[in-house]
Ligand binder design. Structure first.
Ligand code: ADP
Ligand code: 5GP
Length: 215
């Protein structure tokens, strides 16, 4: 209906980005908005349940740096000792096909995307509390105690720039957080400037029909 949009969802690790984005995408697809979850490249090792090409493209540092050299990343950043990057071709290719793209990325990368694509919509997911975030990271069972400690320390830095995001969602009750993200995405599609081509079409058709009808 409107042009494809690019959404960034950031939060501390364990804040619920993957879970909330994937549920929101399913609901948006049902509403007629095709969506794509961008699969990042990373130099970190896969977790036990992660699959190459599905959760991430797992690459070594040399390969990652060659990709940086070839300008293949829309953005990239170092997080907790590993490199993470978003493929420019994947994102722009999907958007050219009219498909909304969701980026699950940290805050340094979010800034780079905003510079490259100012129209991007940035959403920050807050965990409801320190205890809840720590509990979710432990319960997810995918990070060592040391990795969890590093992610919690990194969270403090991420909170300090969260105010620069367009929207904030507190991910307390999952269903409400998903509903809120869906609402934000729908509202962004319905901004009147983005709806203009569709509205112009309806108005022109209306004028034609009116002329035919009354003459
Ligand atoms: P991120 O992608 O931000 O690192 P995940 O989506 O992997 O976070 O979520 C971290 C863990 O918290 C997962 O085990 C997920 O099932 C759980 N989780 C996410 N949102 C909620 C919520 N609202 N209530 C309870 N558990 C949640
Ligand atoms: P994790 O190792 O927990 O999967 O991810 C760690 C952090 O890296 C999360 O905040 C996640 O959003 C972020 N991340 C994942 N992919 C990318 C990416 O392509 N670019 C950037 N800048 N951050 C990413």
């Amino acid at each position: 209906m409107t042009e494809a949009l690019l959404f960034i969802v950031s939060s501390p690790s364990g804040g619920g980005k993957t879970t909330v984005i994937k549920s929101a995408m399913a609901r948006l697809e049902n509403r007629g908005f095709p969506c794509h979850f961008s699969v990042s490249h990373t130099t970190r090792s896969p977790r036990p349940t992660e699959l190459d090409g599905v959760d991430y493209h797992f690459v070594d540092r040399g390969e990652f740096e060659s990709m940086v050299g070839r300008g293949e990343f829309l953005e990239y950043a170092e997080y907790a000792g590993s490199l993470y990057g978003t493929s420019r071709r994947e994102v722009l290719g999907k958007m050219d096909q009219g498909i909304d793209v969701f980026l699950d990325i940290e805050v340094q990368g979010a800034n780079q995307v905003k510079t490259a694509i100012p129209d991007v919509v940035k959403v920050f997911l807050y965990p409801p509390s320190y205890e809840e975030l720590k509990g979710r990271l432990i319960h997810r069972g995918q990070n060592s105690p040391e990795a969890i400690r590093r992610r919690l320390m990194w969270a403090e830095r991420e909170f300090s720039v969260a105010g620069e995001f367009d929207y904030a969602i507190i991910n307390d009750r999952l269903d409400e957080a998903v509903e809120t993200l869906v609402g934000i995405c729908l509202a962004e599609h319905h901004r009147s400037d983005r709806m203009k081509p569709v509205l112009d079409g309806i108005r022109q058709d209306f004028v034609l029909r009116l002329k035919e009808d009354v003459t």
